[in-house]
Design a protein around this ligand. Sequence first.
Ligand SMILES: NC(=O)c1ccc[n+]([C@@H]2O[C@H](COP(=O)([O-])OP(=O)(O)OC[C@H]3O[C@@H](n4cnc5c(N)ncnc54)[C@H](O)[C@@H]3O)[C@@H](O)[C@H]2O)c1
Length: 283
Amino acid sequence: MLEPNPKPTISHNRREAAIARSHESHESHEKMTNETPVAIITGAASGIGQSTAQLLASRGYRVAIADLREPAAADTAASIRASGHEAISVHVDVANEASVKAMVETVVGSWGRLDVLVNSAGLESAKACLDITPEEFRRVIEVNTTGTWLCCQEALRRMLTQNSGAIVNLSSIAGQKGGGMLGTAAYATSKGAILAMTKSLAREFARSGIRVNAVAPAFTLTDFVRRQLATKPEGFIDSIYAATPMGRGAQPEEIAEVITFLASPQASFITGAVYNADGGTAM
Ligand SMILES: NC(=O)c1ccc[n+]([C@@H]2O[C@H](COP(=O)([O-])OP(=O)(O)OC[C@H]3O[C@@H](n4cnc5c(N)ncnc54)[C@H](O)[C@@H]3O)[C@@H](O)[C@H]2O)c1
């Protein structure tokens, strides 16, 4: 059983008030209304996106599990519904403009609104600068950076009609410090661009009631990391833990808490921020 959230002290508009009410009844079987807040989480078929979708659902949001991998997205949505919350799955390739447009149309068509976008879809890249091909480099940028941009753009079009919304983008410690431990230059480039994007959009939409923030995790134990560890020598993980002040990696649930906070009315005066969730690595 999750601890109830503190009640927000300020409700700026109907959306914030609706989210605040949904937080008060955040456990299962909450009564859904047309004002119940709606969140799209890309990359929600696994890892950080999946944990975030589960947490947002438990806090009273209707959640759209958007991912390239349809069966895994459908399974995630089904397991959220099985715990008494409202969830749908939506197929999306975030790098494809038409697909992103269709994702937002499907969600708004189903639930009539869009309050939160979490951009968690992403690709790792373990190749060093002199090894990566131009095609591989472009794909990392296309999914991680352009994909985040396209989802923001389409969500912002809808959020503007509501004069409210919150976007949380997934950057990375690699985007702050450069790649090195797992992700390499191409990945770090794609994630660094997300920081500039987040701040620019935050500035552009701050007076429209829309907040845009980023989370920069370090090493988080998901399939993303497991795939990269599989290519490294045994014991490699210990070198990562040794370089992390807290001496461990994160669980995806720990990153989901930060994302959910930034998406919530509790973060109503926060925009253009980058929250490191990195066990002290960026210090
Ligand atoms: N795990 C980490 O250590 C770590 C650290 C820093 C940042 N991040 C970032 O967090 C985000 C989530 O990472 P994760 O560890 O949960 O990874 P993950 O691989 O577990 O999940 C990523 C999801 O994105 C989906 N996806 C990939 N390409 C897509 C596309 N074109 N369209 C739609 N969906 C697509 C995948 O199917 C997958 O379900 C990523 O953006 C990653 O860069 C992760």
